[in-house]
Design a protein around this ligand. Sequence first.
Ligand SMILES: Cc1ncc(C[n+]2csc(CCOP(=O)(O)OP(=O)(O)O)c2C)c(N)n1
Ligand SMILES: [Mg+2]
Length: 235
Amino acid sequence: MTTHPELPPCAARRNSAPPAHPTPGNICINVRKYLQISSAPQVLYEETNGDAIITTGVGQHQMFAAQWYPFKEPRRWVTSGGLGSMGFGLPSALGAAAAFDGKQGRESKIVWDIDGDGSFLMNCQELATAFIEKLNTKVLLLNNQHLGMVVQWEDRFYKANRAHTYLGKREAEWHDTKDEADIYPNFVLMAQSFGVPAERVIRVEDLRAAIRRANETPGPYLVEVGGAWPGDAAG
Ligand SMILES: Cc1ncc(C[n+]2csc(CCOP(=O)(O)OP(=O)(O)O)c2C)c(N)n1
Ligand SMILES: [Mg+2]
């Protein structure tokens, strides 16, 4: 396998044996200016000082979260492993936010759900709970427009035969058109319709500020991250 000359050192890393555990700083965030969504959890780590409680859905984003958010302490990682259940991320984040809301002597902790588009869609109605109960739950939505982990298996074992693993518009695939209007569904509008402030990040340079705005805004907040795909496989 050869390394594309335009790509940063991460491509070289991908061509060699992966490290036993990826380390902060060793990230591939700037491929042709588009975010590689796999690296977004590391920016979240930096912006939360590693102090957040992290929940996840099930899929590639869950692996990215495990790889790129180095936990400083035990009892910060709430995930559905083994026979993992998609849709787990948001409800469990609500529970954690309620348990650590800083009220009546309870500790105050920031809670981020690092979720996938497929997983998030399975329980997105819980945005209403977050809004009504004013829970301090943030969502980092890694939107690759696919059931990414299944796509990975389709590619590896089934000659890339797709079995309804693409979640976006058929007639206009965002990854081809590069027209943001083709990202489907519109998670920002969805969150806003529930009263939850939200924004979409496509460019590397916008991610950190978006995470900061979420951290500084009381109550729920959704940051949708769209970026480089395909080719954004797990490390
Ligand atoms: C309720 C449920 N249905 C199906 C699966 C099988 N499954 C595991 S990962 C995955 C795709 C997840 O897609 P997404 O949430 O978008 O995460 P990504 O892999 O794209 O990051 C599926 C369908 C599951 N784990 N749970
Ligand atoms: Mg996905």
